[in-house]
Ligand binder design. Structure first.
Ligand code: COA
Length: 190
């Protein structure tokens, strides 16, 4: 894997709103341009207020300890982010040890090792917070799945036809990574 030059991995900041929301909005442009977009999108692109709500949840999660969000910065711009959030935020439950991962690197910066750097940092920090991390990925997203496998994620579920785009069905996969060794023996972090 190439080593990305001039990339800083750091925690999310409030001033990242514009870059991160623009990065997500670009996925709608990529889809409209007929490119392969294997993340789940809304039928109608989110409004500025929707993006704000999403972003504020990420920031709030950092403050309350419910989530970790790291950003990849290149030339003072946030070009990617990785979030691991408590699967069931709020009052502690029997599921509080579970993190759910999401990651996005902006077009033009993919395939240069940024995703790997984001995963490395975020999973490292997740060890202080969660016992296990799950993610959902389109079955067609083979590049992303290869990257996850390299970090030790294992396929644990296949869900046929959970997605429908332009009348065509697509499948999703679930993958997990146990952060305790052996799984479940290190004690829950919450
Ligand atoms: C999936 C994603 C986060 C990976 O980040 P990335 O910065 O492109 O990944 P890296 O550069 O660290 O690549 C690591 C490996 O994945 C491969 N890869 C993954 N996605 C790739 C892409 N879109 N383009 C090129 N290579 C990609 C690389 O070839 C590399 O493989 P290698 O180690 O065998 O050489 C990023 O491509 C992305 O945001 N894609 C669009 C959104 C998405 O699919 N998110 C995941 C939702 S589950």
């Amino acid at each position: 894997m190439s080593s990305p030059q001039g990339v800083t991995i750091r925690p999310l900041r409030s001033e990242d709103f514009h870059d991160l929301s623009r990065g997500l909005a670009h996925m709608y442009d990529e889809l409209a341009a007929g490119e392969s977009v294997w993340i789940t999108l809304r039928h109608v692109p989110p409004s500025e207020a929707d993006y704000r709500k999403w972003f504020d949840r990420l920031l709030d999660g950092m403050r309350t300890g419910e989530s970790i969000t790291n950003v990849a910065q290149v030339d003072s711009r946030a070009v990617g982010h990785c979030t691991i959030e408590r699967a069931r935020p709020g009052p502690t439950t029997e599921q509080s040890h579970v993190g759910e991962l999401g990651i996005l690197v902006q077009k033009g910066h993919r395939g240069t090792g940024i995703g790997a750097r984001l995963l490395e940092r975020s999973l490292d920090e997740a060890r202080q917070k969660f016992d296990i991390v799950y993610l959902t990925v389109w079955s067609k997203n083979v590049e992303a799945q290869r990257l996850y496998r390299r970090f030790g994620f294992t396929l644990c579920g296949h869900f046929p036809h959970t997605l429908k785009r332009n009348g065509q069905y697509f499948d999703e996969d679930r993958m997990f990574l146990a952060l305790t060794d052996p799984p479940g023996r290190a004690g829950a972090k919450r």
